[in-house]
Design a protein around this ligand. Structure first.
Ligand SMILES: [Zn+2]
Length: 378
């Protein structure tokens, strides 16, 4: 990576013991780590939800002559379904946790291309960069929304950031459109994500990249325009994109951009830093609403984000079962395990974190990382 001297390859007893206990859980219960038939049923259900919202909008517009307002209402439902596809289908597939076969995982990952975003770019951006370097300022592209917002210490603070805790919520709604229609193309054209090189998609990957952008445009925009006209079609599409963007962004922010999460600002550290992989993931990631089954289903286990960061190749359907194992191991090894009890408490923490960063320079890495067992500057 570009920050000289940061490595995340240290494996301590804590990391090894945690892995041993989680492996033992799967051995004792005889379950596969991937999602299997349960995930297939879930994926079918969520795709049916999206298909029904889309079809109902078209039927309402063509048969009953309803206008943009009704189309927008169906767009809300479609947007939630699209967010669920991203979080609970594609995300597992992109991490090779959906199915036991490479093909099954690739197919479910391509669900993202169906929504308009490139699974190829996502794999580099999320699967590699974000998962390896969460909350490392300057490398983790997912915490970079500059110049709109200051999400982490070490990023420049501008005058208008003092209101970011208010204006960012609606702006999250445009993140999806920005990623899908702009960032994918810009990052592929530039051949890099932030400072990390990105190879251009070739062969089959290039076909998927370009072909699926077209497929998305056809089902999401062209067919609705032909059947219900521009007004209703755009009302449906833009509402769906907005709802999806807000949902995806907020779920992400609650895991990494809250008061309890730690950040690393490489510039403030002198010399080499050696971080333990597991402890780093736990320091920078926060769970929420672990007991809420509806939220867990809808966000694809991303409310168990710590478990996901520790074991990204385990399907999210197993996270509620392995969370107590992780918690217990953390307590024994004195490693912080961070959870918000409710969605409301996590949302308030994100609000306060944005407010704090918009009004204070606070460029140093957060202090928890200096604790023994979490990370050491060597
Ligand atoms: Zn992930």
């Amino acid at each position: 990576m570009r920050e000289a001297g940061i490595t995340l390859d240290v494996r301590t007893d804590f990391g090894r013991e945690l892995k041993r206990r989680v492996d033992a859980y799967f051995e004792t219960t005889g379950q596969p780590k991937h999602g299997g038939a349960r995930m297939v049923r879930k994926a079918i259900g969520i795709f049916a939800w999206l298909g029904a919202s889309w079809a109902a909008m078209l039927v309402a517009g063509t048969v009953f002559g309803t206008g943009p307002l009704v189309a927008a209402l169906f767009g809300v439902s479609a947007g939630l379904a699209m967010a669920a596809i991203g979080m609970a289908v594609q995300h597992d597939g992109g991490h090779a946790a959906f199915a036991g076969t490479k093909r099954g995982n690739r197919l479910s990952a391509v669900a993202l291309d169906f929504l308009g975003a490139s699974s190829y770019v996502w794999k580099a951006k999320h699967g590699h960069i974000h998962h390896t370097y969460p909350n490392i300022v300057g490398t983790d592209d997912d915490i970079s929304l500059e110049p709109l917002a200051r999400m982490a210490p070490g990023q420049p603070r501008r005058g208008y950031h003092r209101f970011q805790q208010l204006y960012m919520w609606p702006l999250y709604g445009f993140i999806g459109v920005k990623w899908w229609l702009m960032d994918d193309f810009v990052q592929v054209a530039q051949g890099k994500i932030g400072e990390t090189p990105l190879a251009r998609p070739k062969g089959k990957e290039a076909w998927i990249f370009w072909g699926m952008k077209l497929v998305h445009g056809v089902w999401a925009v062209a067919i609705p325009v032909l059947l219900v006209g521009w007004g209703s079609a755009l009302a449906f599409y833009l509402t769906a994109q907005f709802v999806m963007g807000v949902t995806l962004a907020v779920v992400f922010q609650l895991a990494h951009c809250v008061e309890e999460a730690d950040f690393i600002v490489p510039e403030t550290h002198e010399g080499a830093m050696r971080l333990d992989f597991s402890a780093h993931q736990l320091a920078t990631t926060v769970d929420f609403s672990q007991d809420n089954r509806l939220i867990s289903w809808f966000v694809g286990g991303l409310n168990f984000q710590a478990e996901h960061h520790l074991f990204p190749r385990i399907s999210h359907i197993h996270y509620p079962a392995i969370a107590p194992i992780v918690r217990e191991c953390c307590e024994e090894y004195d490693v912080p395990y961070k959870v918000h009890g409710s969605l409301g408490s996590a949302l308030r923490s994100h609000y306060r974190w944005l407010r704090f960063l918009g009004r204070n320079d606070g460029n140093a890495s957060t202090p928890h990382l200096a604790q023994p067992g979490v990370a050491q500057a060597a």
